[in-house]
Design a binder for this molecule. Structure first.
Ligand code: PXP
Length: 244
């Protein structure tokens, strides 16, 4: 197994989900940024959805001021979101597909169908000094299309791996391993995420080529019982193979 080098971006969308459920000022979103950074997060991730169901525009602007690690803004490849990203200037911008009715991001970007738009957004963000990542299925042909669009990073969707069990999960793991190696050999930085929790994260964190994991829901769920800082520490330990 590789030496532990995989970094952790903590997605704090669901701190905002809890706040928006009642439109209360708590839980404090800025306080969550401080807590995850104190606990050793390498970056902070948030998804500004078109329906604003959790993170709000003001959260993203405040986060830009507050974050001392890196801000990874997830967003749909739309003109509205591009304008916000050009204004906020996150360190990283992860383009994701978005459907209003979905519970969470369901699949990777269709980079073939939307190549023109995605390519234009990659170019505009790249010129502004924002590192773009494309959230895609872990498949070689999708990685090659992503590379052709000029994004320096791909985030490999681990959702199918997370949902599978037994032999099916081992097959999904091999698919992600092969995709990460393929992305790295194409000169892309392979990140990964979605559906990861302390019980399934180790095998993904151990993939040699994987640079960063973005994990949110399970960390916030653990925080209900042990607090956000401890939840981040437990996730980091699970990534290293301690205490899944
Ligand atoms: N990566 C991307 C691109 C996502 O859209 C999400 C969900 O917002 C995540 C990672 C984190 O997924 P989870 O909340 O299941 O850890």
């Amino acid at each position: 197994m590789k030496q532990y080098t995989t970094t952790l971006g903590v997605n704090i969308d669901h701190v905002a989900t809890l706040r928006q459920a009642r439109r209360t000022p708590y839980p404090d979103f800025a306080g969550a940024i401080e807590a995850v950074e104190r606990a050793g997060a390498d970056g902070v991730t948030m998804h500004l959805r078109e329906d604003r169901r959790h993170v709000q525009d003001a959260d993203v602007y405040a986060a830009r001021e507050k974050i001392t690690t890196h801000l990874n803004l997830e967003m749909a490849p739309t003109d509205e979101m591009l304008n916000i990203a050009l204004d906020v200037r996150p360190d990283y911008c992860c383009l994701v597909p978005e459907k209003r009715e979905e519970l969470t991001t369901e699949g990777g970007l269709d980079v073939a169908a939307h190549a023109g738009r995605i390519g234009d957004i990659c170019a505009a963000l790249g010129e502004a000094g924002v590192l773009v990542s494309l959230f895609i299925e872990p498949a070689p042909q999708v990685i090659d299309r992503a590379a052709a669009l000029g994004a320096p990073i791909v985030e490999l969707h681990t959702g199918e791996y997370a949902l599978a069990e037994g032999g099916g999960q081992r097959r999904q793991l091999r698919r992600i391993e092969a995709a990460a190696a393929h992305a790295a050999s194409a000169g892309l930085q392979p990140n990964a995420g979605h559906g990861l929790h302390r019980g399934n994260v180790r095998a993904i964190a151990a993939i040699a080529a994987v640079a960063e994991l973005n994990i949110g829901h399970s960390i916030v769920a653990d925080a209900v019982f042990c607090g956000l800082e401890e939840a981040v520490r437990r996730m980091r330990a699970a990534m290293r193979g301690n205490g899944g």
